[in-house]
Design a protein around this ligand. Structure first.
Ligand code: GLU
Length: 481
């Protein structure tokens, strides 16, 4: 019988959660759910200088927001803890001693300065930079002498000649010649386990069955396999997925715009949109249907369905998905998500009629691809924010339009209040009175009554403005010079 599926997402808490890492977490989560396995969150915080508790908190918050939930992790649960590497140091020491005793690793006293000049020299010669093995065969005496001088060694893994071959679930057979792998550090001079070492010890002791991670780790995998071999352990199955690229085909980074999950949340993207977007990057659902809930994705997902080609980030696609999910929001959730933007714009929502606020939200949702865009339309409904946009002004002061505006104003004056069911008859009457239809009429009405050239559907907007405000604004428009 196959061992149970156990996968992990192992972020380094050195900053915000990048959408690329969110996607890695998603693949692991989906695979665990699909295979009825366990999804583990492990915090790789051995880089004490760059790791922060605030970043751990932020990563946990972002994953929860996305709905990528773990069964075992730093906040409790699970038998393989602790789930923070900084709390597992004693585990690493034991295995490092074992490898040292067996001669698989050796103490290296080369200074950072020496290593740097070696690197420069090799680059200048046009060869690949790698450790030259100077400390590979130090005698006991040489080691004790340097230690007695207070020099702190690193521990290096001895890479012997040979080839490392493994089957990657996405890339197929991968083969690395040891010539390209220099003796690598497993414990730094401050006693901290280096990434490759801590990762292997943890993946083994947490009984990880599949390591699903970005292609940027492909070159680490042969090193990790060598460690598994030296420790006499069975390596997990590996799957390295391509990374997300920016529109210029370089890895997605800050210079391409927002990259953090939290930035998208703050801008007004919904978690279901981001999840749906991330899964479509490099994975085509068998049904061809692009709008998928998390449950539907779990159902259809398979690792072998992931493309080997790197996907390109498309904000347009993300916005398209987001506008779809915004339209699908139920009223209460929509209001809960939109009112903070009203408040941010300085609108005292608590003093306002709830029904009126709800009507505005429901109307505006049709125009939003990002929740924060609601701010652009608030000037339509709140007098203290009202203004005529430049383009609207130009249209309104056009001499021919002046007369039309007056005709419109006169016609509206004759109406009693404009209600939902009377708005379309009003518009029809205005068509008759002005002899205009379509854009030439509606553009003018929109500009005169909302101050804008674009916005929510006019027939639904007018009842929310009410007769008095419509007239007030038309008079303001007539006074424009
Ligand atoms: N801490 C590593 C990272 O954030 C994890 C790599 C792995 O999954 O092994 O990239």
């Amino acid at each position: 019988m196959n061992a149970p599926v156990r996968v992990r997402f192992a972020p380094a808490p050195t900053g915000l959660l990048h959408i690329g890492n969110g996607r890695t977490a998603l693949f692991n989560y989906l695979f665990a759910r699909k295979e009825r396995g366990t999804f583990i969150l492990r915090i790789e915080d051995t880089d004490v200088e760059r790791s922060t508790d605030a970043s751990i908190e932020a990563i946990l918050q972002d994953l929860r927001w996305l709905g990528i939930l773990w069964e075992e992790g730093p906040d409790g649960g699970g038998q393989s803890g602790p789930y923070r590497q900084s709390q597992r140091l004693s585990l690493y020491h034991g295995d490092a001693e074992k490898l040292l005793g067996e001669g698989n690793v050796y103490k290296c006293f080369c200074s950072p300065e020496r290593l740097e000049s070696l690197r420069k020299e090799q680059l200048a010669r046009g060869t690949m930079p790698k450790y030259d093995g100077r400390c590979r065969n130090l005698s006991e005496g040489e080691i004790s002498k340097m230690e007695s001088e207070g020099l702190l060694p690193v521990l290096r893994f001895r890479v012997d000649k040979g080839t490392v071959v493994f089957e990657d679930l996405i890339h197929g057979r991968m083969s690395f010649d040891s010539d390209g792998i220099s003796d690598f550090i497993i414990v730094r001079s401050d006693g901290m386990a280096a990434y490759n070492f801590a990762c292997v010890i943890d993946d083994h002791s947490m009984q990880i069955s599949h390591v699903i991670r970005g292609e940027d780790h492909l070159s680490n995998t042969p090193r990790q396999i060598l460690l598994y071999r030296a420790l006499g352990w069975q390596p997990p199955v590996f799957a390295h997925h391509p990374l997300i690229l920016g529109p210029d085909r370089s890895p997605l980074s800050k210079r391409h715009g927002a990259t953090a999950v939290s930035q998208y949340r703050e801008e007004g993207f919904l978690p279901e949109s981001l999840l749906n977007y991330l899964i479509l990057l490099g994975w085509t659902p068998p049904s061809g249907e692009e709008i998928l809930s998390l449950e539907e994705i779990v159902e259809a997902f398979s690792l072998s369905g992931l493309s080997r080609n790197a996907p390109t980030h498309s904000r347009k696609k993300l916005e398209w998905l987001n506008s779809h999910y915004i339209r699908k929001m139920d009223k209460d959730r929509l209001i809960r998500h939109l009112l903070p933007y009203f408040e941010k714009a300085g609108i005292a929502v608590h003093a306002l009629d709830e029904t009126y606020l709800a009507q505005i939200c429901v109307l505006l949702k049709e125009n939003l691809s990002i929740l924060s865009q609601v701010e652009d339309y608030l000037s339509i409904f709140f007098d203290e924010k009202f203004f005529f946009e430049e383009e609207a002004k130009t249209l309104l002061i056009f001499p021919e339009n002046r007369n039309l505006l007056q005709t419109i104003l006169n016609a509206i004056e004759g109406w009693s209040e404009i209600e939902d069911d009377s708005a379309s008859s009003l518009l029809r009457q205005l068509e008759e009175k002005t002899g205009r239809k379509g854009k030439p009429l509606y553009g003018l009405l929109r500009a005169g009554m909302t101050g804008k050239m674009k916005g929510p559907e006019l027939v639904k907007t007018l009842p929310l403005l009410g007769k008095e405000r419509m007239m007030k604004r038309l008079k303001m428009a007539l006074e424009l010079t």
